[in-house]
Each structure stands twice: as C-alpha cells, then as structure tokens.
Design a binder for this molecule. Structure first.
Ligand SMILES: Cc1cc2nc3c(=O)[nH]c(=O)nc-3n(C[C@H](O)[C@H](O)[C@H](O)COP(=O)(O)OP(=O)(O)OC[C@H]3O[C@@H](n4cnc5c(N)ncnc54)[C@H](O)[C@@H]3O)c2cc1C
Length: 546
C-alpha cells in the first residue's frame, strides 16, 4: 500500500498541539482527501468494469492501482477525522499513520487491541471495498460464462431455444457446430464507453474548433488509442439520441487528454451541437475504433494527403511520429478552400522548422493574405510530383471530402501508384432514412416486422436471427442486418452506417452475406466471420451474435 500524499502527514508531525483553527484546517483537508479518494475508487471500479469484458490486462492493472490509491486516500482522511474526534494530538495521528503503513505495531495498542481481533474501522472499511470489487468481478465473470454456455448449448442443439431458423440456412464453413470463437466479441478494439470532460476549447478557424477531453478524475485517459483512430459521441441535441464519430487528432503519446477537431457543418446536427459545448461540460464517448492508423511500422516513409477537416487523422499520425522522433520521411500534403481555412497552420509550420524529415505542402484555392508562402490552387499531379519524389514507391494515407478523395485516387493511379499502397477514410456518415425505426435511439421498434421463428417468411424474404437477443426479424434483400435489428429493437452499436467505422461489427453464426463496403473490417475480422451489420444483406437466412 502506498503512503499517503506528502502534504498532510508531514505537516502534522510538526504540530504537537492544535489550535481550533488548525483543527478546522486539518478537518477540511481530511474531508477533501476522502472526497478525492472516493472519486478515485469510483473511477477505478468503472475502469475495471470496462476493462474486464475485453480482458485488457493493462487497463485492469491500472484500474486496480487506481482503486487502491483511492482506498489509501480515503482511509487517511477517515483516520484524521477519527483522531480529531478523539482529541488526539496531530503528531500522534501522523505517527500512528506512518506506523500502520510501515507495518509497525503501535506500542500501546499492541497490548490493548481495540475492536474484534484488534481490527480498526479502517480495516473494516478497506475489507468492505475489496469485497465489493471482488464480488463485482466474480459476478461479471459468472454472467460471461453463463452467456457463453447458453450460446454453446444453443449452437450444439443442447438447449431448448426459441430461435430455430424457419428455413434451412446457407451454411458457413462449420454448419451446426460450435464456431471456433463462438463467444468471442468481434474485434472492436478496446471499446470503452464513459464520460469525458471538455477541459479546453481551441477555436482553429471560423468554423472549426478543437475540444480537449480529459478524464473526470484528472487521471490519464481511460483508454489507449492508435494514431488515426476515432471516438464516437452519443449526444441528445433535441429529443433523439444521435451518434457521430470524430477522429482523435492528438497523439497517443499524450496520455492526459485527447483532442477532436470538429468542423461545424451547415445544418449539421451534431457538429453544431458540439460547437455549443463549453469548457467543463461532459460528453459521452465510445472508442477508440478504426483501422486507418499508422505507427511508423511497415513503411520507411509516409505520404499523408488530406483535404479540409480530413486533416485530423493525418495530424494524429504526424504528432505521434514527431513525438517519437520517427526517422522516416513524412510528406504532409494538405489542400483547403482558402488560406483562412488552414487548420493547425502554425503548428505545422513549427513542426516543419524542427523536423527536417517533415516535408510540408499546403495548397489553398483562394488566398487573401499577402503573406501566404504556401501553394495556391488545388492538389494537382504536378504539385504531388514536386512535393513527393518517387511517390509510386511510398505508402499513402488519404482523407478528405468524397469529391477530393475520388479525384486524388485517379490522380495517384495516373501517377502509377498501386491501389494497394493507398489507405483512405471517408468522413461521411449516413442516418437511417427519415421515418424508419431506430432501435439505438430508444424509439419504439416497428413491431410488425418481428416474426416468430416458426412463421414462414414470404418468398424471397430472409429471416435474420439475433442469437443472443433470441429475436428474429424479416430481412428483405435490400435491408441490412442493422436495419433488421433496429426493426425489432435489437441494439447493435453503429456510427457511420457506410461500412467504415467498424462499430457495427457482429459475428456471423450461420448463413452468408454480401457487403458493398468492408473498409471497417481487418483481414483477421474476415477470417473470424465478423461482418459489418450496416452493410450486410442476404437473400437467405442468417444468424448473428447480437
Ligand atoms: C470515421 C469518421 C471520422 C470522422 N472524423 C471527423 C473529424 O475529425 N472532424 C469532423 O469534423 N468530422 C468528422 N467526421 C464526420 C462526422 O462524423 C459527422 O458526419 C459530421 O460532423 C456531420 O455530422 P452532423 O450531425 O453535424 O451533420 P448531419 O446532421 O449528419 O448532416 C450531414 C450533412 O447533411 C447536411 N444537412 C443536414 N440537414 C440538412 C438539411 N435540413 N438541409 C440541407 N442539408 C442538411 C449537413 O450540412 C451535413 O453536411 C468523421 C466521420 C467518420 C465516419
């Protein structure tokens, strides 16, 4: 157990007796310590809850550490209050505390222990906290095992189930057997959900701002991300819950905060909402997610091409690589509407001065300022050839508005860049068509489309079985698994709905699906029969783990 923070006890050692003012001050500090300790314990347990299902051992260790630190702080506050109530001299309070922490027996108490077998109230309190944490962990483990058992039993036909597919299913590789990782959750990396506080707001341009988000208790961020990943905000701007994804523009090397940079879209629901939050507000965050990442491995140079707010993943990569003193060449090519719209301009220029391996090119279509030293116009083939020598041999990351991305891809193809050297991410998201039910938003599901498994589906209409929820829904050929789930109120997380963000990954248990876009899936996901619910359609019955 760690000793308490230094300020309280060392100062008490010097006080043989207390005046009423000193007692009041000691009491105030003890209560502050108890409050801080309780907050630490709460955040530790919360962190433990989110880390345990993913078996994230590092996070679990940190959570246990945080809880322990909270107990120590709380305990020290209680000890002080108790001693003040007993009129004990401050020096004796401090000495007693040090003895306890160093495992020394207090001379008087060793002979005359108080309480049952010599335990004090502090011991009881610590034991209570540890018992609650242990019970929570055991309960979580048991419920996980129970879910696994139920699923395995259902898949092997060993348990009665209401979820028998109405018609023979088109089989995966292993039809009526237990899939090798039937109980694995899809590889949603480290998906943490909780509240973060807006600590600082930086206005970048007239319609772009950066929110710096921090842990509520002032500790390190409760998750770890890779450069290029994004988080998803769940907000309720009016009376409907909405989710939108925003790339973490800061570097993972900064453990105390993450920053998102948001462009306010004309009539954009969530971006406008986020342009009205204030420092001190809290936001519900899920993440991190995404595979549009680069950590300096697998290539000895990198070309980062962005347009507009598509600069955010590039900035995270750049900040990470420069923080880590990566030795490879970084070609940073950014295009924007006007010289007034360049996000992070000063920081980019500063980094260019400090890192000779950073080659910066900024192109603005409209230039108003006389002091503009960068390029004018769009990112053309000529500009690229000049900015990035031997571009055909380099790994390229591309992000920007859809039009710019399409133009860039054909320019790069003309320049002889193989398509598999280009990684890209689109920022567009899509909401469900107006009038459609939205299970995730908490609106009432359109019940009539839910069918009992025994009911035969009309010809040409497949049945989607949501195995974990024990529900089935009709799924006409033009309907996705996500939409079918929403029809009956089965909750599958989602954000972009265009196959990019990967939040709606689910495991396909039986059947086969087609997906127009699969950008959100890794090679491993595909091997593990993970599908994107927002893209998956099928002409035949399917069963998924949701
Ligand atoms: C993986 C990923 C990462 C992303 N990262 C970022 C990022 O770092 N920074 C960033 O700014 N964005 C980012 N986005 C985009 C972001 O998620 C949102 O899509 C964007 O902010 C728009 O959301 P919104 O709710 O404000 O707009 P929505 O309400 O969804 O509107 C979308 C578009 O439709 C238009 N529109 C809406 N209502 C109307 C109407 N009545 N009439 C006419 N037009 C209308 C809006 O102008 C807007 O352009 C990312 C998206 C993804 C998928």
């Amino acid at each position: 157990m760690r000793p308490p923070r230094k300020e309280l006890y060392p100062s008490m050692i010097e006080l043989a007796e207390t005046t009423p003012e000193q007692s009041a001050e000691l009491e105030r500090r003890a209560r502050a310590r108890m409050l801080a300790g309780a907050a630490l314990m709460a955040s530790g347990v919360e962190r433990l809850n989110s880390a345990t299902p993913d078996e994230d051992l590092t996070a679990m260790k940190e959570a246990a550490e945080r809880t322990r630190e909270g107990v120590v702080q709380f305990e020290s506050g209680v000890a002080t209050l108790q001693a003040l109530a007993n009129d004990t001299a401050p020096r004796d309070i401090a000495l007693a505390w040090f003895r306890t922490n160093m495992g020394l027996l207090p001379p008087a108490d060793a002979r005359n222990p108080h309480g049952f077998i010599g335990l004090t109230a502090f011991h009881y309190f610590t034991m209570l906290v540890l018992a609650v944490v242990t019970a929570t962990l055991i309960w979580m483990n048991f419920s996980k095992m129970r879910r696994a058992q139920t699923l395995v039993a259902r898949l092997t036909g060993g348990a009665q189930s209401a979820v028998t597919p109405a018609a023979p299913v088109v089989s995966l590789a292993q039809p009526a057997q237990v899939p090798p990782n039937a109980t694995d959750t899809p590889s949603k990396p480290n998906s943490w959900t909780g509240l973060l506080r807006v600590a600082r707001i930086f206005e970048e341009t007239s319609n772009v701002r950066t929110l710096r988000l921090v842990d509520l208790t002032g500790n390190e961020l409760p998750f770890r991300h890779l450069p290029g990943q994004f988080v998803t905000f769940t907000v309720k701007p009016i009376d409907q819950t909405i989710r939108r994804s925003y790339t973490i523009a800061s570097s993972p090397t900064r453990r105390d905060y993450c920053e998102v940079t948001i462009k306010r879209e004309e009539k954009g629901t969530v971006s406008s909402f986020l342009h009205h939050v204030h420092e001190g507000d809290t936001l519900q965050v899920t993440g991190p997610s995404g595979i549009f990442t680069f950590i300096g491995e697998g290539a000895n140079s990198i070309v980062l091409i962005s347009g507009g707010v598509g600069i955010t993943p590039m900035m995270s990569v750049l900040r990470f690589l420069t923080d880590r003193s990566w030795a490879g060449d970084i070609f940073f090519v950014h295009g924007c509407k006007s010289d007034q719209d360049v996000i992070y301009q000063q920081e980019l220029e500063y980094l260019q001065r400090r890192y000779p391996n950073l080659h910066l090119t900024i192109a603005a279509n409209e230039v108003a300022s006389a002091g503009w030293t960068h390029s004018r116009g769009s990112i053309t083939q000529e500009l690229l050839a000049q900015a990035v020598p031997h571009i055909q041999t380099r790994r390229i990351h591309l992000c920007g508005p859809p039009g710019m991305m399409a133009a860039m891809k054909s320019t790069l193809a003309e320049m002889g860049v193989p398509a598999d050297q280009i990684k890209s991410e689109v920022f567009i998201g899509r909401e469900r068509p107006v009038g459609a039910a939205d299970g995730a938003s908490g609106l009432s599901p359109a019940a009539p489309t839910a069918v009992p498994a025994e009911t035969a589906a009309p010809p040409g209409v497949a049945v989607a079985t949501f195995a974990r929820s024990k529900r089935t829904a009709l799924m006409p050929p033009n309907k996705t698994v996500l939409e079918a789930a929403e029809d009956i109120g089965v909750n599958i997380e989602y954000s972009c709905r265009v196959g990019v963000c990967g939040l709606c990954k689910v495991k396909l248990l039986s059947g086969a699906v087609t997906m127009d876009v699969q950008e959100g899936l890794s090679a491993q996901d595909k091997e593990d029969s993970i599908i994107l619910a927002c893209q998956a359609k099928s002409a035949a019955d399917v069963s998924v783990d949701a």
